[in-house]
Design a protein around this ligand. Sequence first.
Ligand code: KIV
Length: 266
Amino acid sequence: MPEITLTTLQSLKLKGEKITMLTCYDATFAQAACQAGVEVLLVGDSLGMVLQGHDSTLPVTTAEMAYHVASVKRGNEGALILADLPFMSCATLEQTFANSAMLMQAGAHMVKVEGAAWLAESIRLLAERGIPVCAHMGLTPQTVNILGGYKVQGRQEAQARQMRADAMALEAAGAAMILLECVPSELASEIHQAVKIPIIGIGAGSDVDGQVLVLHDMLGLSLTGRVPKFVKNFMTGQPDIQSALQAYVSAVKDVSFPGPEHGFTA
Ligand code: KIV
């Protein structure tokens, strides 16, 4: 696979070709995902749930994230590595700089931070210092205790209006990408129309620039047995993991995934 950069993602967006992203936490899966054509490997703090067995992402530390970023880097064959800044790793600007630098030095090409317009200053300062940022909006699992559970966000008009305004503010601050989790498909589509940077969705419908799923979910593995509505099991009907990864890439590229049944309404 040719090396994927931010410029590649921007040109895929301009061409209307969907961007494929999957979570990835180790070298073997990094290699397998790259060989299937996955363009962005997200070292997500979901590793706290799917690898470590916690009931939320809150216990994950930046040092643990850096360990997994370095592992993914060793198996990477050209994908862009996006690393999550975990819970409370960017509570202050100083922490944001130090922790982002740790993840970039471990091998990330971009960091992802959960939040909304209040992130603007951090995003601007990171971008000015050479660290591209993806803003994670909508359902932000690190704030599950404020949200009162893993719920669809942006269903009320006032909340939807705020999310559209926040997305534009973060783009203006220098965000290189936005990830929208669990928002009504129509709202995701409106945000997609409102900004020029790539929008990646998970539970956000198909009218965005690309899709991401948690690796374990799309391979049909679940510790709890609770499978979110937006997940499709790509192992079904496939002989092996490599074929399932390829089926995911094909389905995102030909827009057969996600279907309406994987999305939410207002
Ligand atoms: O941590 C993660 O895996 C994520 C995805 C749910 C998008 O942020």
